[in-house]
Every structure is written in C-alpha cells, then in structure tokens.
Design a protein around this ligand. Structure first.
Ligand code: SAH
Ligand code: SF4
Length: 373
C-alpha cells in the first residue's frame, strides 16, 4: 500500500508510483479495453486493421452513445473489424457486481474490476437533476481519519476506461427519460494522484462524440495538491473544482488529513489562481466532526482564510462509519452545532451550503459499500 508523503513541493514522495501512467489512452497495452483508447488510438487501430476512419467513429458511438456492452452490439461495424478489435481489446473492463437502492432513490453500484477488486459509484436523483459520483482509485493513499476509502491505503489507480465505464454503468440504470445531469469525482481515491487516467476519462465523458456531458456540469474534488491542481486546471475544457479543506488551520488539518503536506494558504492560493481566474466555481468541502473541527474558533479561522474569496463552503456533517467511529472516537455533530458553524461562516461573509445526508440507509459514505462486501 502506498501513501503520499510530505514533500514540500506538494507532490507526494511516491508520486511517481501513484501517478504512474496507466492505460489511459495507451495503445500498446495488451490489457487495455476499448474504453481505454483515445479517439486517435482507436482510429489508428481501425485503419491498421483495414477499416476506414469513419468506422472508428461508428465504434465510438456504439461504445459511448449507445452503451454497447459487447462486440455483437456494434451492429453496423463489419464482422472482420469487430473480430480484429475483439482479438486485441476487451470492449470493457468492468461490470456491475452489486447494487443497493436507498429509500430516498440513491443507488450505489459496486463496480467489479478485472483483477477481482471493486470500486463504488453512486447515482443521486434530486428533483430535475441526477448526479453521478465516481471513483478514481481502488482505495485511497491520503488516509483522512474519517474516511472509509482510505482505511486500507491505495491498491491501484483505475485506468481511463475503468473511470469512464462507471458513467456507462450508471446510465444503464436510469429510468426512461432520466439523464445524468451532473458528474462529481468524489468517490474512492484522490483524483489529483491519478490525472494520467482521469484527464482522458473526462475527455471521453465530456466529448460530444463520447458521452457528451458539459464541462460545467463536471466537478472534481481534491484533498489538495497544488502542483497537480495546476495541471488539472490547464486541461481544456476546464471543469469545476472542489477542495476538501476540513480545517483552515494547518495543525488541525494535519490531524484530519495526516498525509497533508501543503499549507492551507498554498492550497487556497492554488485553487483561486487556477480556477477562480477562469470563472470556474471553487467549492470548499468541510466534513464536520463533533468537537474536532466544528468549534467556534474553527469557524473564525475559516472566515479569516476564506472570507474575502469568491467561493462556496459546503458543510458535510460526518457520515458515520462504524469501523472508524469506535476506534477513533469520532462523532457526527448534532444539527444545532452544524447550524451554529454555518451561521458563523455566513456572518463572516461566506456562502454556505449544508449537505443533506443521502442514501443514509445504504452505507452512503464513500468507501463503505466496498468495506462491507
Ligand atoms: N479524495 C477526494 C475525493 C473523494 S472524497 C477528496 O477528499 O476530496 C469526496 C468527499 O467526501 C471529500 O470531501 C471527503 O472529505 C468526503 N468524505 C469522505 N468520507 C466521508 C464521510 N464518512 N462522511 C462525510 N464525508 C466524507
Ligand atoms: Fe482519500 Fe478523499 Fe477519503 Fe481523504 S476523503 S481518504 S482524500 S477519498
């Protein structure tokens, strides 16, 4: 299991291992699925196999627009080309291994990976919107003390295809007329530590010839890596950023995110330098833990650090994880404490939202379903 370390540069010491190129867009990886190929790589393959470039586009359409789940589903693609593709690349890498539906309509999917491991994604219907939350790594190296995903460290990065396939699986679960309107990369894993796969995956999710979801509807959440945030911000198109801040005081933040090496000031400066300037929204997420980071003085520090910046602070009362609560003596704050914290931030001039608990009856917190199964 690898964990990021405290390099002053903001890069984890073992970033090379964690951030290593995966099959994102790779053409010469024999294990790459069709969903791992970039449009260019697919076109090259199709032409080399004797096909025409327009047929690569047809394949792409079947894969992403129609959600074909096997090669027989690529109906107007010549059999010889389908066979050439099938001999080299599985169509997809992943399958839905397990599903859990909450009474509030939230549906959690456990996505089986080819090596037997699994990650989670969650479909969250809310009025006119249907949001999907997807994962980027198996486990997480960051080890925030309240999070189920970080309990066993990280096992590996997902490939670009494994990330994007979560959207295909979720789409297959929707009711007629229901569309995925929003995507949040807030499931298992630290997205900034797997940018080599995340960026091509988002490209396929965003691309009008791929899944076709608007970049403004896509938000990526990070526990704060300024150097990687810069790389992410340079991506075209630009997506929204959420920064999991949890505390504006460095010492307290380090208690909650033990691997955090970058000062809060650097993380905040990076977020606003790269994203605020592009007119993209910056949201700060604060998981509230009773008596740990929800005290009046914690709100005061947060106002000092964020008070003048254009941003929204999203307060998330901790979703209790049994395995963690007992061992680490962490507790979800009562609503009155959450309201008092929110009011203190608002009095300091901040925009504040409080996240309503969703899917509470079905292991809603990230990483919990995998923990149980
Ligand atoms: N690694 C990234 C993205 C995945 S976590 C990050 O940390 O931002 C997505 C969000 O879920 C983060 O804000 C995280 O703090 C929050 N989270 C994790 N476990 C939680 C729990 N048990 N209850 C409430 N929020 C949790
Ligand atoms: Fe990783 Fe995010 Fe969980 Fe922290 S909160 S352990 S960064 S998934």
């Amino acid at each position: 299991m690898s964990r990021p370390d405290d390099a002053a540069s903001g890069a984890p010491r073992d970033a090379a291992a964690i951030d290593a190129p995966t099959a994102g867009g790779a053409t010469n990886d024999p294990s790459a699925a069709l969903t791992d190929l970039t449009p260019d790589a697919l076109r090259e393959f199709v032409v080399a196999a004797g096909g025409k470039p327009f047929q690569a586009r047809q394949v792409d359409h079947w894969l992403w627009k129609h959600g074909a789940s096997d090669y027989d589903g690529l109906r107007n693609v010549p059999k010889t080309l389908r066979e050439a593709l099938a001999a080299r690349h599985p169509l997809r890498h992943t399958h839905i291994r397990h599903r859990e539906l909450s009474t509030d309509g939230t549906e959690k999917l456990l996505i089986g990976l080819p090596d037997g491991d699994a990650v989670e994604c969650v479909i969250i219907p809310e009025g006119d919107r249907t949001t999907l939350c997807i994962s980027t790594q198996v486990g997480c190296p960051v080890a925030c003390i309240f999070c189920a995903s970080g309990l066993g460290g990280v096992r590996r990065n997902l490939t670009a295809g494994e990330i994007a396939e979560q959207v295909l699986h979720a789409r297959s679960r929707l009711e007629p007329g229901q569309n995925l309107t929003n995507l949040v990369v807030m499931g298992m894993g630290e997205p900034m530590l797997n940018l080599d796969a995340l960026l091509p995956a988002l490209q396929r999710i965003h691309d009008p010839d791929g899944i076709g979801m608007g970049a403004r509807r896509i938000t990526v959440s990070t526990s704060g890596y300024p150097r990687q945030m810069e790389r992410f911000a340079a991506a075209d198109p630009s997506y929204n950023l959420a920064v999991s801040l949890h505390a504006a005081d460095d010492a307290l933040r380090k208690e909650l995110v033990p691997t955090a090496s970058n000062p809060v000031a650097e993380i905040v400066a990076a977020a606003h330098r790269y994203f605020g300037q592009k007119g993209r929204e910056v949201t700060y997420e604060v998981v509230l833990l009773e008596g740990r980071n929800d005290r009046p003085e914690d709100a005061v520090t947060m106002v000092e650090v964020l008070g003048r910046l254009p941003c929204t602070v999203n307060l998330i009362p901790w979703n209790e994880v049994d395995e963690i609560r007992a061992e680490r003596d962490l507790h979800r704050p009562a609503n009155a404490r959450v309201d008092a914290f929110a009011d203190a931030l608002r009095r300091g001039g901040l925009n504040v939202t409080v996240r309503r608990q969703r899917g509470a009856d079905k292991s809603a917190a990230c990483g919990q379903l995998r923990l149980q199964t």
